[in-house]
Write a protein that binds this ligand. Structure first.
Ligand code: MLT
Length: 402
């Protein structure tokens, strides 16, 4: 009989957010009248902005006309979008990233998981703990529970920032602003990682999906703000959270032309070339209409609407922070990120806190331990619900006898 990929048997029973959705569904079924407020999965609640909707309508109409209909597009993404991205997200900020270094995709979840396809199985991979579960699960799917995975433990003692590994590591996943802890990395801190990677000839997989939520101008929004990062880092960006594309699906990955890896016998190979080869073989590109919608995010109106959307969620983040501080709870994040990471009161473990918050306040969050064992005793709340629901959730928590 054929065999399966046994690495899958080493994964947790289900993906974290699927487990939570199941638990919440069970609770709702048992308590049909409960008005449940979801501050769990980081899914947006504001509708797409007018500039995006207008671009969608226009491009849908184009698809219905023989002269402007589009079939397969370029696998790397249409040039109109890659130029808009390179110009606005990088060149305007003095960062030298060209349109041909950008690969448009359907989500950072896919790209941060798929990137392993072009990396050798012998690499030692470092992953922070706690972590966005996709990096760990997809690494496990690929290489299994070998001795090739290093967990970089983050705790309140180090402000939930990882230490540079003191042993050989080939690849490290970094996500800043961080999911789940909402913490950010200063320029000095990020510079240390870039210097380390250049020295060690290691690769940084930098997930910047939440960069739009940074308001502190001193915090880097791209790893390429650091000199030399184009020789040691791949960056992932998403339209999901800043422009509300979670249901539309669009993201991009930057693989600089100068970035090289080596074969087992030391021959240098361009990662850009390999990712292009991988994408053109396994991916037929993001839908034309979605790319037109993403392009609209870069118009002056689209940029203004994006800033308003981000501002709305960050106002929610501030409300959550203020409410929890008033309650006397210890918390991190929520200042340059849409996630608030709190220490469960009374030394409760993460799942007990989840169950009690759901049962007693009808509020859903995400147990910190779901992001790794270092997250035990912590809990994540998102700022992505509506203002009204966020106010209500915080009022319930404030009144809660805890
Ligand atoms: C989260 O809640 O961590 C995010 O929504 C997950 C994601 O972006 O895939």
């Amino acid at each position: 009989m054929f065999q399966i990929n046994e690495n899958y048997l080493q994964l947790g029973e289900s993906y974290l957010f699927s487990t939570i959705a199941r638990k919440v569904d069970q609770f709702s079924a048992a308590h049909p009248g409960a008005d449940i407020i979801r501050l769990g999965i980081g899914d947006v609640t504001l509708p797409l902005s007018p500039a995006v909707i207008e671009a969608l309508h226009r491009s849908v109409d184009e698809m219905g006309v023989k002269e402007s209909f589009r079939g397969y597009g370029p696998e790397q993404g249409y040039l109109f979008l890659r130029e808009a991205i390179a110009g606005t997200d990088f060149q305007k900020r003095g960062i030298d990233i060209a349109p041909d270094e950008i690969f448009v995709s359907d989500g950072s979840k896919s790209d941060t998981g798929n990137i392993g396809d072009i990396l050798g199985e012998g690499n030692v991979v470092a992953i922070t703990d706690p972590v966005y579960p996709v990096y760990l699960d997809t690494t496990l799917m690929r290489i299994g529970k070998t001795n090739k995975i290093r967990l970089l433990r983050c705790s309140d003692e180090n402000g939930f920032l990882p230490e540079i590994p003191d042993e050989r590591v080939d690849i490290v996943y970094l996500c800043y602003p961080n999911n789940p802890t909402g913490t950010v990395m200063t320029r000095e801190e990020l510079k240390k990682w870039v210097m380390w990677a250049l020295e060690q000839k290691s690769l940084i997989l930098f997930d910047a999906a939440y960069e739009a939520f940074i308001s502190d101008e001193t915090i880097p929004r791209s790893i390429y703000e650091i000199d030399g990062a184009n020789r040691c880092a791949i960056e992932f960006r998403s339209f999901s959270k800043n422009a509300g594309f979670t249901g539309l699906r669009c993201s991009y990955t930057v693989v600089p032309q100068e970035l090289k890896g080596t074969t087992a016998n030391g021959k240098e190979v361009s990662l850009h070339h390999l990712w292009n080869r991988r994408q053109s073989t396994k991916f037929n590109g993001t839908a034309y209409i979605v790319q037109r919608a993403a392009e609209a995010v870069y118009s002056p109106q689209g940029q203004q609407e994006m800033r308003e959307m981000v501002g709305y969620y960050m106002h929610n983040a501030q409300l959550i922070r203020d409410g929890l501080i008033e309650k006397g709870w210890t918390l991190f994040g929520g200042e340059n990120a849409p996630y608030i990471w709190l220490k469960c009161p009374g030394d409760m473990d993460s799942w007990t806190f989840f169950d009690r918050l759901l049962a007693e306040c009808h509020v859903v969050g995400t147990p910190g331990v779901g992001f790794g064992s270092a997250g035990e005793g912590y809990f994540r709340l998102t700022a992505f619900n509506s203002y009204e629901k966020t106010v209500e959730a915080i009022e319930r928590i404030k009144k809660w006898e805890y």
